[in-house]
Design a binder for this molecule. Structure first.
Ligand code: ADP
Ligand code: MG
Length: 512
């Protein structure tokens, strides 16, 4: 890969190779590395090779373990779970005596000790040398440009009234970036109407109540209203609060203040937007909520509420509040249809391209994402973010294969799967590059004992099997051996964040 310079190999994050040593090993390892790469390409085909091995570098070989590195965590995870055997076999042809391959995460640019996590580092612009700083600058400019339009008088991202700070507002969630379709037309119309009339004496709908299941655009619409009201009238007193924030900070503040002074401050609000109403609970909180909403509505101030449930399905609300909340416009956001999903993806892509025109996704990739990511806008946003992070590192066209992984990553966890000991053995064997036979054998070599212990630990954590049963499945071992393994891993995890990460990743792989 062109963007990662050879010199960066010296600072490989977790290779444990000293600088000079690394270079020496590199010099001897690289020609062999080239050959291994060629073998992999021949064996797996160009598509797979360029999807997964394009950025693979050889870090060293100590006579037993071949160390390779990739710059992105999910590449490492993917290679470990799908291609470790192929990699090992190709390595064995060049590195005599190789017993296993260790895939490490490479630190781009050499900022010590920071691990990149699915491209988050890329997004923050950390590390990636000159390239990364350019990205960071671009990102900031982009953010300011948006902020400049929507909030000329305000620091980006927060509303505040009378000393009360609201929850953060996302500068990207505006009406311009909201895609309209049959499932949200009504809510969108209500929201724009409210944004236009919130400051009038007689607001159009009061309150506006938007509900839907997760990820369908409620928060986006609330933020869009807040930005729009501010854009129209920079001095408008807009307060956007999640129920959680209302609960913890607002109600706290209320307690410590003179109630009359507090009410005064409150009267200055023009528009109050409450997000995630379903989390509004606690006797005192509910009382205050009632009180404040009633006062605002009575005073003709605009109230907007978003919730996972319709007003009559929120048990905690009292009857009076329920009917009050239903008196304005109650509207539901429906599921995003294929066309809407595709448009949202295109919009998000265009946004990214605004900051970095070199990033593109083919039509077939967008189709694939729209086809498979059906549950919520969050997945769509997540997919574009991740593919962009991948692009920043790899600088090679995103293939359907890469898109597939991102999809799997995003939809995993929707249906938690029952994990079997068989799965654990398979993943452990791939991850550590030891055969299943070895795991179940009586061999006591460290290269086998450690993976076996990790496997037992995972079996205890992820399955409902008893210790004796786990022992039986791991080569007919005694339950005390299993117990010992569990304690050992537990003990090591506490002082070893890398091991903790590794275990977390194995768990993730298992829940795929
Ligand atoms: P909710 O609050 O209903 O859980 P969000 O407003 O957080 O959902 O939306 C989740 C993601 O989906 C956000 O990135 C949002 O921008 C995006 N999204 C949802 N609906 C739309 C839409 N109609 N147009 C553009 N983006 C959307
Ligand atoms: Mg939300």
């Amino acid at each position: 890969m062109q963007t990662i310079q050879k010199t960066e190999l010296k600072t490989a994050a977790d290779g444990g190779l000293g600088t000079g040593q690394s270079e020496a090993k590199q010099r001897t390892g690289e020609p062999k590395g080239q050959k291994v790469r060629a073998m992999l390409r021949a064996r797996l085909g160009e598509d797979i090779f360029s999807s997964w091995f394009h950025a693979l570098e050889f870090e060293g070989f100590d006579g037993k373990i071949v160390k390779v590195s990739v710059p992105v965590k999910f590449l490492r995870t993917w290679i470990q779970s799908h291609y470790l055997q192929d990699l090992l076999e190709c390595c064995r042809a060049e590195f005599k005596g190789a017993e296993r391959v260790e895939v490490m995460l490479r630190q781009p640019g050499g900022a010590a000790g920071v691990r990149c996590d699915n491209g988050q580092a890329a997004q923050a612009g950390s590390g990636d040398g000159a390239n990364g700083s350019r990205t960071a600058v671009r990102a900031t400019e982009h953010g300011q440009r948006i902020a400049g339009i929507v909030a000329p008088t305000q620091a980006v991202g927060r509303t505040s009234v009378g000393g009360f700070e609201g929850s953060p507002l996302d500068p990207r969630y505006t009406f311009e970036s909201f895609v309209i379709g049959p499932s949200n037309r009504m809510a969108h119309a209500g929201a724009t109407q409210v944004a236009e009339t919130a400051l009038a004496d007689n607001p159009a709908f009061n309150p506006l109540y938007i509900h839907s299941s997760v990820g369908l655009g409620k928060t986006h619409l609330l933020h869009a209203i807040a930005w729009e009201v501010k854009r129209r009238e920079p001095h408008a007193q807009v307060l956007y609060l999640t129920a959680e924030r209302f609960r913890y900070q607002f109600v706290e503040a209320l307690r410590s203040q003179d109630p009359l002074a507090f009410k005064d401050k409150f009267r200055s609000i023009n528009i109050l937007l409450i997000d995630d109403l379903e989390f509004m609970h606690g006797e005192r909180t509910e009382q205050e909520f009632d009180h404040i909403i009633n006062a605002l509505l009575d005073g003709g101030r605009q109230v907007v509420v978003a919730s996972a449930r319709a007003p009559n399905h929120i048990e905690r609300l009292n009857e009076r509040m329920r009917s009050r909340l239903q008196r304005g416009l109650v509207t539901e956001l429906g599921t995003l249809d294929h066309e809407l999903r595709l448009k949202i993806l295109e919009k998000r892509l265009a946004e990214k391209r605004g900051g970095d025109p070199s990033f593109t996704l083919g039509g077939e990739i967008l189709e694939l994402l729209a086809e498979r990511l059906t549950e919520s806008g969050r997945e769509l946003e997540g997919a574009i973010t991740r593919l962009y992070a991948t692009w920043q590192y790899m600088r090679t066209a995103i293939t359907p294969d890469v898109a597939e992984t991102v999809i799997r990553d995003l939809v995993q966890g929707l249906e938690p799967r029952r994990i079997k000991i068989e799965d654990i053995l398979r993943i452990i064997s791939r991850h550590f590059g030891v055969s299943k036979g070895d795991l179940l054998s009586q061999r006591r070599h460290r290269s086998v004992v450690w993976p076996r212990q990790v496997g037992m630990y995972l079996a205890k954590q992820l399955t409902a099997r008893s210790l004796p049963e786990i022992g039986r499945r791991f080569g007919n071992r005694d339950h005390t051996t299993v117990l010992h393994a569990i304690r050992k891993i537990e003990g090591e995890i506490t002082g070893n964040p890398r091991l903790k990460d590794e275990i977390e990743e194995l768990k993730k792989l298992l829940s795929h």
